[in-house]
Write a protein that binds this ligand. Structure first.
Ligand code: 5AD
Ligand code: SF4
Length: 479
């Protein structure tokens, strides 16, 4: 794709502002006439990239004069931003879209819209058209920036609006964003994926890899830091290949170094990294940085070379392990997490034993484990898959038990240690009003005086569970 074709043009963005302005005028007039403020509700499923898209949807709706609603029932516009990565997510989403039929019956004038990855699949767009007649607006990930125009038509044309054109996707800069959290933020640095892992729907629904201009990213990060944001996650399906589509030759480690040169009190994380593109330079950059978290999420997916080949992952178990060894040597205390799929088509007991061996060898701090879910249109969905669901579930449970034991052992090693933590969250654990994250991203529930909110305090860890640490700020009575 040539450079100019990768971006939505200023003229196209200006056209959206015209529609946005029209809706704003209508909403302001309604408020002036009858005192009713029109409201929106955005529901979001799936990954952090999808959450970042939802912040753009909310930002656009706010610019059109909508105020946030407390729930879908009180909203004039409801948008469901969907995920398609596993069947479980899709079934939940369809269930929740189904429940909106009652809301629409009570408020026929409202607009119900479905967007995101699920709608970008032709068979799902068809299903929404046929089985959910009260859904007024359906648009895919590539049409996010066109929300004002699509909503205008849904409000005024008296017909349902569908825009799920399958395109490579483009970058739209400068869209309004409604951030939910002042202290934590996600910043998309690239969109799409070119890897075509054989199980994965993402390359089909989010298009080809396209990297944002580094200056735009730096300006966004500087703005966030100036606004008091302390925890920034750089987002992309495959951040390690950032820049490979850009003419200026910039690569991910260089982008990280430029971000790291920004002064201020903040931590930078990134996800997701593909092991085939994670270079020694990346880990050297983390080791030498001021702001980069000492953590890496490096999805391995499985511990069998045979299955890795069938998955089209393009690395071997040995290459992966040597990468982790290098990273740990360069960055003492590095927190390592991963994704693993259990039950890929044709996985044998021997393949699965390879996964267990790998997990024992790497000793992840935590793992995201998934049962393989066939996705229509992906190569893996057509591969022979003789194992039963029960067999796969039994393997899944064994993997979980192993990881829980390892997480607990690693957490137990923290007991008695004192860490400096910023108390930037609320905890639901009884007796621990605050929560915090270690620089590696580990959750800590903290007892501290009320006025310690937002401050950096010394916390002594007194006990640990599989999922979290528990501690008291210095001077607080231990439980
Ligand atoms: N089935 C199960 N898990 C999947 N993932 C992606 N596609 C599938 C699928 N079809 C998992 C991978 C990926 C994570 C985001 O979701 O582990 O890293
Ligand atoms: Fe899916 Fe693989 Fe791309 Fe990740 S790298 S989004 S698993 S195709």
């Amino acid at each position: 794709m040539t450079e100019d074709k990768k971006f939505v043009s200023p003229e196209e963005l200006a056209r959206q502002k015209v529609f946005s302005g029209r809706i704003l005028r209508e909403n302001s007039a309604a408020a002036a006439d009858s005192g009713t403020v029109r409201r929106y509700w955005v529901d979001c499923y799936g990954c952090q990239q999808n959450e970042a898209d939802a912040e753009v949807l909310r930002g656009q709706l706010r610019e059109m004069g909508y105020a946030p609603a407390g729930c879908a029932e009180d909203a004039d516009v409801v948008l469901i931003n969907t995920c398609a990565v596993r069947e479980h997510a899709e079934s939940r989403e369809l269930g929740n879209i189904g429940a909106l039929v009652h809301v629409k019956r009570r408020r026929p004038g409202m607009v119900i819209g479905v967007c995101g990855c699920m709608t970008q699949q032709a068979h799902m767009a068809e299903k929404l058209k046929k089985s959910f007649p009260y859904v007024d607006l359906v648009f895919g990930t590539h049409a996010l920036w066109r929300l004002p125009e699509l909503l205008w038509h849904a409000l005024h044309d008296g017909r349902r609006v569908f825009d799920t054109e399958n395109a490579d996707g483009r970058i739209a800069e400068g869209l309004p964003v409604e951030r939910r959290d002042r202290e934590r933020a996600g910043v998309s640095i690239m969109y799409g994926c070119n890897n075509f892992c054989t199980y994965c729907i993402v390359p089909y629904v989010r298009g080809r890899e396209r990297s944002r201009d580094p200056e735009q990213i730096l300006a966004e990060v500087r703005g966030l830091v100036a606004d008091g944001c302390r925890d920034i996650t750089l987002l992309g399906q495959n951040v390690n290949s950032y820049g490979s589509d850009r003419p200026d030759g910039i690569r991910f480690p260089e982008l990280l170094r430029r971000i790291d040169s920004i002064d201020g009190d903040f931590i930078v994380r990134f996800m997701t990294s593909h092991p085939k593109d994670a270079s020694h330079e990346l880990f050297d950059t983390i080791a030498e940085s001021r702001h980069l978290a000492r953590s890496i999420h490096l999805p391995v997916q499985c511990g069998s070379d045979r299955i890795l080949r069938l998955m089209n992952r393009r690395y071997t178990v040995a290459q992966y392990v040597s990468l982790i060894d290098y990273a740990r040597e360069r960055i003492p205390g590095l927190v390592v997490t991963s994704d693993i799929i259990v039950g890929f088509p044709g996985e044998t007991e021997e393949d699965f034993e390879g996964t267990l061996d790998l997990v024992r060898r790497v000793r992840y701090d935590s793992l995201f484990t998934f049962l393989y879910s066939p996705r229509t249109g992906t190569p893996a969905a057509g591969m022979p898959d003789p194992a039963t669901h029960e067999e796969k579930q039994a393997r899944f449970d064994r993997l979980l038990a192993l990881q829980n034991r390892i997480s607990q052992e690693i957490h137990d090693g923290y007991v008695g240690r004192t860490l400096e933590l910023r108390l930037d969250g609320e905890s639901r654990a009884a007796g621990y009003p605050f929560s915090a994250r270690t620089s590696g991203g580990r959750l800590v529930h903290v007892r501290a005086p009320e006025d310690a909110a937002g401050k950096v305090v010394r916390v002594t860890i007194e006990r640990a569970s599989t999922y979290a640490l528990f501690g008291s700020a210095d001077g607080e009575e231990k439980v």
